[in-house]
Design a protein around this ligand. Sequence first.
Ligand code: KG4
Ligand code: ZN
Length: 341
Amino acid sequence: TDEPLVLGIETSCDETGVGIVRGGTLLVDAIASSVDEHARFGGVVPEVASRAHLEAMVPTIERACREAGVRLEDLDAIAVTSGPGLAGALLVGVAAAKSLAVALGTPLYGVNHLASHVAVDTLQHGPLPEPTLALLVSGGHSNLLLVPDITDDVRHLGQTIDDAAGEAFDKVARVLGLGFPGGPHIDRAAREGQVVIDFPRGLTAAKDLERHRFDYSFSGLKTAVSRWVRAKQEAGEHVPVADVAASFQEAVVDVLTRKALLACREHGVADLVVGGGVAANSRLRALAQERCDAAGVTLRVPRPGLCTDNGAMVAALGAQMVMRGREPSDLGLPADSSMPV
Ligand code: KG4
Ligand code: ZN
């Protein structure tokens, strides 16, 4: 099919996402989130997420079809996140997608969550140049990927060896007494502050660059921030929240962009896609643009609503697979919580 009509289902974490695309065009992106139910625990609770997906799945599919003016019978393919993610959460989406595929006699495409964070950019900026380099930063992952072909050749260059970038934002926000999820709160607070504290840049020393050239580490940074704040509190001094937020954020986005551009240079890639929830960060977007301009690299960052988990990204990758003539999955498609790219 030239412009396949594809429905995508995403349930890897706390968002129940159902998106519908026609070829490279987004028709609808319906989302039900259980984020408020997790907020009081300060993190996503897997059991709570699974139950919320079960409750939201059918209504969200119905809403997506209604808003797109699409009948299930008209779909050319059903795509679903098969991993990585929370096992119980993934199962809900995979089971729903299989049921639809069987009932409708429609081909089923299992997709990788990390690849779909990259593929979503096709909905905003058109086909991906081949190869593309991708920096994927979210609450669950921080990866550098070399992408010769998003539908079947995604290569792993590096990843975090401890906390994900978004996780570091969430933990530091908690130390500073800001809300969950912490990223948007830190982003906002940092705008009122100055980068005055020199927090550590993980895995950037010469010896670390040898072994962990494209890997990240944020747990040392998180510890450094906690220690700095505790020392102020114990001394009975005022904690300059905005300055700490700005300085922490700068340390994260400095390392993220530095290594992404190093990868572009060393792999001879002229296009960088930044995706995942942390790609919504205003300072990351600005510094990535600045450094890409200086390096002659074209930067592509989807709008914030497409960066966080959603169903459109799954539909987008599914549509690319159909258009490339990739084989559909069979009904044995697993929910694979630790699926590699
Ligand atoms: O991609 P996503 O919605 O879910 C996962 O797959 O994890 O990413 C969520 C993460 C959270 O850690 C959140 O704090 C972070 O993205 N985030 C941000 C911003 N908006 C969301 N981090 C920094 N700055 C932001 N503006
Ligand atoms: Zn994600």
